[in-house]
Design a protein around this ligand. Sequence first.
Ligand code: PHE
Length: 345
Amino acid sequence: MQKELEQVKIKAEQMIAAARDVSELEKIELEFFGRKEGTLNKILKGLKDLSPAEKKVVGPLANEIKSHLQQLLDERKSVLEDEALDAEIEKEKIDLTLPGKKKALGSLNPSSLVQYELEDIFRSLGFMVLDGPELESDYYNFEALNIPEFHPARDMQDTFYIKTKKGESKQVLRTHTSPVQVRAMQKYGAPLRAIVPGRVFRYEALDVSHDNNFYQLEGVMIEENISITNLIAVMKTLLKGIFKKDVKVRLRPGFFPFVEPGFELDINCLICGGRGCSVCKQSGWVELLPCGMIHPNVLKAGNIDPEKYSGFAFGLGLTRMVMMRYGIDDIRLLNSGDLRFLKQF
Ligand code: PHE
């Protein structure tokens, strides 16, 4: 019996040392100390059959082994509990010295950058910044601008017409920001100073300098006694604000049904300083700003008396301006969403 007890002791010691977690320990505890089925108790049941002399030896030995094993169990239990807690803490640990996760911040498209700069310049001159619908009625896009239905001037702008049912008014994707001229006149009357930055659409074959949607910035100024001199002064202020230096300009006659007289305003090529290069096609001048004095028919469509008021209008090619400003040689990059391109601004 003594031998049996010693064997149990060794076996229990090994198992306790090998236990990997608390639940394993609890099983071991039950196996050896369980009241009914525990190995130790089973052995000790035989105690009553021993001689008194043997009892004297085995009894204390059994107690000693029992308390020894109980102590081992308790020690191992607290070690395992500590380990489990450490593992838990390790899992939840936050290393405050680690570098944070960078949130990628977007940036403004170069078109927006130039648009906002222009808005600031014009606000300082007392202009409102207006908006208009991109899906526009045929009336505002053409008719109100002195371009009747079968007028050949319609061919100047390749238009996306929208299918409409019979009897419904015709709709187009606006080909220019000029329709907002008349909308603004009707809404605010004269005197009027307003610019309209916005997206326009043309049915174009795409290449480095043509896209089917791009940006313009329209402007109107209507007051008593407005003349071409005012037009030139405002245009020069605008160009100086954008290019940060005085820019030489020239006016050429240009035809647009909604202005009379109409002009193409060219600027001295900023790439070559006017000597001639590939950008200005060796002419020294770059076409940038169609403009003119607002046609009396257009003022009338806007409910403004052409006898009393006069004004000028211009349609800056915002997208072209952006390309000149940053030296962008392919218009398609602007709408591409290509981060390699956009990250440069
Ligand atoms: N709307 C014209 C175009 O897109 C430009 C323009 C605007 C011309 C205002 C004169 C005055 O071609």
